[in-house]
Design a protein around this ligand. Structure first.
Ligand SMILES: [Ca+2]
Length: 144
């Protein structure tokens, strides 16, 4: 699999959140959307930086979760966006050694209210924690 994926998207793919391009975003709606990233290795995570595309519209509640395997999750942050804009916001998390990180939007997201993340970065040890290398995009992967 790729080093980033999501429960769903609206055509704006999960990888847009980690492409270091603020003009692209992962977009989703529906019930409790999430985006999941695999780090380059088990890393100490201290902070998550997120730019929400509609960050000035509302204060969205979300959790940051850690996992050794991408399937069983421990919540290391539970809070809200500032509601003050679409710039990057930093959120301190419980320092945790983890391989996978998931952002889970827990507040209600109505079907006509798309949430989006244009930038998603992880800070810890090392300072900037990189994502795992994506597996080589092969000919079997279509539509991309
Ligand atoms: Ca982007």
């Amino acid at each position: 699999m790729a080093n980033v994926d999501a429960k769903s998207d609206n055509g704006n793919l999960a990888r847009n959140a980690t492409d270091a391009d603020s003009d692209t975003y992962w977009g989703a709606n529906g019930r409790m959307p999430w985006i999941r990233c695999e780090l380059e290795g088990a890393s100490i995570l201290r902070e998550v930086q997120i730019a929400w595309t509609k960050g000035n519209d509302k204060r969205m509640r979300f959790q940051v979760q850690a996992s050794p395997n991408g399937s069983t999750w421990t919540t290391i942050f539970d809070g809200r966006t500032s509601g003050e804009g679409a710039n990057v916001e930093s959120h301190n998390v419980t320092d945790t050694t983890t391989r996978w990180v998931r952002i889970l939007v827990t507040g209600a997201v109505s079907n006509d209210s798309v949430i989006g993340i244009s930038d998603l970065r992880f800070i810890g040890v090392p300072n900037a924690v990189e994502l795992a290398a994506p597996e080589a995009v092969t000919a079997t992967k279509t539509g991309s």
